[in-house]
Write a protein that binds this ligand. Structure first.
Ligand code: UFG
Length: 329
């Protein structure tokens, strides 16, 4: 039996496929390659280029492969874009997931682990954030991810599907082998943007606001290594395969760093002065997002290996230095 990874050519998906293959699992990857890269797909995975909104393509795949569980990363994930083009998010994230679940129900595939997000919480009432805290998304991206969680829950009641939603905090870093890493076009995330400065692609990094209620005025985030996220998906799928019930887990290190602190760590790792400029706040940024991941540690036995930001940034730097244009040349 194989594991189907949807969106397995994307950043977190490709790292999860690498961990699954390293663990000896049989892996099928499906991706429409709109934001993912064929070069990021592990050569030992069987690859289908398809869009999850195409029911016929999903039927063909489920008929050809014996799938015991699905890990679902296939979604749009840019907060800013979700505000200017919300219908794209309803189409890709919600309609796409609806078609996928219809196909899974039709083919008797009843276990799914999927990417949710810290953006489901919106402006948190307290940190660290617990899974039981209020979910009031402040952007359309977070809203569609929360709606995906609700969709799974209703489909579970009606059809017996079992799901785990993994609410990621700030994914970062790259595979320690240097084979795969983070590549978005356009890039919007802090760490790859900072590393573009020593990489010679950007003159300085913009700091979006230094008047937040934090110790240095810049936003605090919980940075978690992508390989640790990947491990959590495998643990979550095995939890379901062993009969575990529907569940939701936060995934973060439980430690927050300000934007200025992240830039300082990058200066240390790269040896570059990395000039920074204070800019206005970016709309919709909560001051602080830090996870309590106690539940994932206790229930899934998850133990992040990369709890040190310097090591995390060093893995990202190793990838970006060798791949200044990501997978494209
Ligand atoms: N930032 C800057 N300058 C930049 C880019 C980012 O100061 O050039 C700041 C942001 O304002 C924010 C922090 O760096 O305070 C981190 O920003 P990212 O864009 O890297 O990440 P976000 O925290 O905004 O977003 C991440 C995920 C989203 C997810 C969100 C949950 O990328 O998918 O966490 O809130 F929705």
């Amino acid at each position: 039996m194989a594991i189907l990874v949807l969106g397995g050519a994307g950043y977190i998906g490709s790292h999860t496929v690498y961990e699954l293959i390293a663990a000896g699992r049989d892996v099928v990857v499906a991706d429409n390659l709109l934001t993912g890269f064929k070069a990021a797909v592990h050569p030992k995975a069987r690859f289908y280029q398809l869009d999850i909104r195409e029911r016929g393509a999903l039927d063909t795949l489920f008929q050809a492969e014996k799938i015991e569980g699905v890990i679902h990363f296939a979604a749009s994930s840019q907060v800013g874009e979700s505000m200017s083009n919300p219908l794209k998010y309803y189409d890709n994230n919600l309609y796409g997931t609806m078609v996928l679940l219809q196909a899974m129900v039709a083919h008797g595939v009843d276990k799914i682990v999927f990417s949710s997000t810290a953006a489901t919480y919106g402006e948190p009432e307290r940190v660290p954030i617990l899974e039981t805290d209020k979910t009031v998304p402040t952007n359309c991206y977070g809203q569609t991810k929360l709606a995906m969680e609700h969709m799974m829950s209703w489909v579970s009641k009606a059809h017996g599907l079992k799901y785990v939603a993994l609410r990621y905090f700030n994914a970062c870093g790259a595979h320690p082998s240097g084979a795969i890493g983070e590549a978005h076009n356009p890039e919007t995330h802090l760490i790859p943007l900072i590393l573009q400065v020593p990489g010679g692609k950007r003159e300085k990094i913009s700091i979006f606001g230094d008047d937040y209620a934090t110790h240095d005025g810049t936003c605090i985030r919980d940075y978690i290594h992508v390989s640790d996220l990947a491990q959590a998906h495998i643990l979550a799928l095995d939890y379901l395969l062993k009969g575990g019930d529907n569940n939701v887990f936060n995934l973060g290190n439980g430690v927050g760093f300000t934007v200025k602190e992240v830039i300082d760590v990058a200066r240390k790792v790269t040896g570059h002065s990395i000039p920074a400029e204070i800019c206005p706040r970016r709309a919709g940024d909560p001051a602080q997002l830090v996870a309590s991941s106690e539940k994932a540690r206790t229930v899934l036995g998850w133990k992040p290996q990369y709890d040190d930001l310097e090591t995390i940034v060093a893995t990202a730097w190793a990838w970006h230095k060798d791949h200044p244009n990501g997978y494209e040349g």
